[in-house]
Structures are given as structure tokens and as C-alpha cells.
Design a protein around this ligand. Structure first.
Ligand code: NAD
Length: 258
């Protein structure tokens, strides 16, 4: 086993599948312990069970957690304190992508996107910080997107909610610095990665053709892989990134360099 995050306790929201599940696995492979939280409790259980089978019982716990619910956040942080005695890494990863232009999208869908992608991290930082202060050094990692930095005509709520998450990151970073706590906060901005999140983009069209089209938009000629994102999370969670706070880490294959 490697030990880049040895002894660190992490909470990863949206850990049932996709990027979240890969991040949970990577953090435990590098010596951490993880609380896998998700609205999809069965999926969170499955991720935790897989990790415990590979790395030993007690490496992971699963939490049923709706990130839009303040009560669920309070309960999740209490459960982590009880199970692990502290929290050093918070990965605000849960998110949804609802497609639609400003004229197409309903107010309900707008509010849902803002709640899952932005309110969630506000609540997470607010309720995790007291426990994280007791377990310094700490690192908060917000899963934003390249879509926070460049817009699409038909992703109005995704663009806006991910940009809110980007700026929330900077405010939280400065709050922690001003408080004198060794707790950092950074955001990650991936381009497309093939997870269930892209199901709506692929739709019932030929998946290979669609993914090739997406890859063509990326200067390095490929879309991201879950391992690209998990590696960035391990870096930001570890003390290797001690000088980095209030920053954005772009995993976009050069997309925003154009
Ligand atoms: N896949 C990509 O191309 C891509 C690119 C950039 C950023 N991202 C971001 O990465 C994060 C993870 O995306 P993914 O691709 O793994 O998506 P995914 O759809 O595979 O997984 C998202 C997870 O979040 C959970 N979730 C949704 N709403 C929730 C809620 N209210 N409470 C708790 N959990 C909830 C889902 O159950 C699911 O397990 C998201 O924030 C997404 O916006 C993804």
C-alpha cells in the first residue's frame, strides 16, 4: 500500500458510482479511511463493501446522505465523528447535470441543480469545518467542472451552479486562512469523463460516435478518465499540496487554454 494520505479520514459525497467511487478507492489505496456517502444507499454500501473486501474491514463506511438536506449533513458529520473520531478531507463530489437553455429549463430544474451542485457544498463546508478544525491539517475539495469556466447554450443551470461552487471554494479558503486553521479548499474542473453523468448527452445515439465527438473538442484528443480525477483528488487531499488553497485545478486536456 502507498501512503500519500496515510491516517487521513475522508468523506466523499456521491460515492456510489462514477468519479466518487473511484475517488473513494484511490484515497483508501493511499492509506486513508473513507465515508462513502450517497443518496443511493445501496450504491454507497456496494462501494464501501468493495473497499473493505480489498483493504480490510473498517477502511470504509457507507452513509445514506442527501447533500441538499441540512439535517442529513449534520447526521453524516456526527456519524463520521463517532466512527472515525475526526475528519480531515471533505470531497464535495455529488452533482447532477440537467440539460436545457435559459428558455427551456423550468424553475424547478434550475433550483434542483443549484441545490445539488452548490447548496450542497455550502452546507458541507459549514457543517464539516468544526470537526475538521479538530483534525488539522485538512483539505476540502469541491468537484466543479470545466463548465464553470466556459459556457454552453444548453447547460444554463450546470454552468451557473458549477461556477458558484468555484467561487464558494475561494471564499471558504480565505475564511480558513483568516481563522489561522490549516484547512485548505480547492476546486477541480474536469472536462468530460465517461460516467453515468453523461448518459443524457449520449442518449440513445451510438456511444462510440458521441464520445469520439467529445474527444475531438479536447486539444489533447481524448476525454478524461476517472483515474485522472482520482489522482488529482489524492494530490489535493495529501500534504503535497500544502501551499495550494483557493485554487482551481483544471483537468481539461487544454480546453480552456484555447
Ligand atoms: N463525468 C463528467 O464528465 C464530469 C465532468 C466534470 C465534472 N463532473 C462532476 O463530477 C461529479 C461526479 O460526477 P460523476 O460523473 O461521477 O456523476 P454520476 O452521475 O456518475 O455520480 C453522481 C453521484 O452523485 C449522487 N447524487 C446525486 N444527487 C445527490 C444528492 N442530492 N445527494 C447525494 N448524492 C447525490 C448520485 O446518486 C451519484 O452516485 C459531479 O459533481 C459532476 O458534476 C463530472
Amino acid at each position: 500500500m502507498n501512503s500519500r494520505v496515510e491516517g487521513k479520514i475522508a468523506l466523499v459525497t456521491g460515492g456510489a458510482q462514477g468519479l466518487g467511487a473511484a475517488i473513494c478507492g484511490a484515497l483508501v489505496r493511499e492509506g486513508g479511511k473513507v465515508a462513502v456517502s450517497d443518496l443511493n444507499h445501496e450504491g454507497a454500501n456496494a462501494t464501501a463493501a468493495k473497499i473493505n473486501a480489498a483493504h480490510g474491514e473498517g477502511s470504509a463506511i457507507a452513509l445514506h446522505h442527501d447533500v441538499t438536506s441540512e439535517d442529513d449533513w449534520i447526521a453524516a458529520i456526527e456519524a463520521i465523528g463517532a466512527a472515525f473520531g475526526g475528519l480531515s478531507v471533505l470531497v464535495n463530489n455529488a452533482g447532477i447535470m440537467v440539460m436545457g437553455s435559459v428558455e427551456e429549463l423550468s424553475l424547478d430544474d434550475w433550483r434542483k441543480s443549484m441545490a445539488v451542485n452548490a447548496d450542497s457544498a455550502f452546507l458541507g463546508c459549514k457543517h464539516a469545518l468544526p470537526l475538521m478544525r479538530e483534525t488539522q491539517p485538512g483539505s476540502i475539495i469541491n468537484m466543479s467542472s470545466v463548465s464553470a469556466l466556459i459556457a454552453s447554450h444548453n447547460m444554463v443551470s450546470y454552468n451557473t451552479s458549477k461556477a458558484a461552487l468555484w467561487m464558494l471554494t475561494k471564499s471558504v479558503a480565505l475564511h480558513c486562512a483568516k481563522g489561522g486553521w490549516d484547512i485548505r479548499c480547492n476546486s477541480i474542473h474536469p472536462t468530460f469523463v465517461r460516467t453515468p453523468l453523461l448518459d443524457d448527452i449520449v442518449g440513445d445515439r451510438d456511444e462510440e460516435v458521441i464520445l469520439a465527438k467529445l474527444a475531438k473538442q479536447v486539444p489533447i484528443g481524448r476525454i478524461g478518465e476517472v483515474g485522472d480525477v482520482a489522482a488529482a483528488v489524492v494530490y489535493l487531499a495529501s500534504d503535497e499540496s500544502a501551499m495550494m488553497t483557493g485554487s482551481e485545478l483544471k483537468l481539461d486536456g487544454g480546453l480552456t487554454a484555447m
